[in-house]
Design a binder for this molecule. Sequence first.
Ligand code: TRP
Length: 329
Amino acid sequence: MQPNNRIVSGMRPTGPLHLGHYFGVLLNWVQMQEEFDCLYFVADWHALTTNYAEARDVKAFVPELVADWLAAGLSPERCVLFQQSQVKEHAELHLLLSMITPNGWLERNPTYKEVREESSKDLSTYGFLGYPVLMCTDIIMYKPKLVPVGQDQLPHLELTREIVRRFNYLYGDFFPEPEARLTTSPKLPGLDGRKMSKSYGNSIYLKDPMSEVRPKIMSMLTDTKRMRLKDPGEPKDCNLFPYLELLAPTGILPEIEEGCRAATRGCGDCKKLLAEKMADFLEPIQARRKEYETRPDTLKDIINEGSAKARALAEETMADLRRLMNFDF
Ligand code: TRP
């Protein structure tokens, strides 16, 4: 593996993945496999920053998350899939970085304030404040060039770069500054037009059977100003149209837009078309998932073997770093 061609990213194991995750991040991960040496990991320690009281539940989510990844097209032959807590070096580097990270940087992080205030949990913990420090650790351990993440992670990435600069200033040039890589897919709203999120109950999950997806599609909000079929609609104000932009062949989109604006095409037609395209899209994903579900040991092997590979890289980084800091006893 050439360090300069490496990318790293992770997700927390907090539940099944939905289309927002797929088009926002996962598709990018899948595509990047072709071009980069990829390390993708399950951020299970990160799950504890908010769900510390449900620590015992995290274990079951780990293979679930990896099953979603494999279903979406990640290949254990082409990338390293690992689990954060199986690479203890992350804990050591996190400790060292925590020594040099000013509190003010963490307290000013907009995500920190927002999540802490909105959450029903008590998040006035040391670990939750340090979320970005652990995230920085996960990334720089492998000295990647790029980090493919969703838009919401950009403040964290910026903090990572600041911590790297401070580390390099204090101890000598050691870590390269990683850069974020966003998807080019347009944003996909939830069924009700808000952000697609588990807590809003407005998601389509990659593992949802079509028998559940179809009624979800039928219940979708379209252009809310269009009350009757004979009212002209506006695809730009329609909540369903972005789904067609992602899933229907681009060639038929102009005709749909015209029909909507001329009030010759009804929302029911679009819903029917989307259901058809959604079935085509989900079918191969769910077929791959089924294969892994029948082989839980294979899934476990993939995670353990990937973690061993990541550990070897992390051990190398930490040996160099201990020498650099004169902590190599
Ligand atoms: N914060 C990320 C999320 O919530 C998960 C994550 C943890 C991560 N460590 C990371 C992502 C390192 C990229 C790189 O989705």
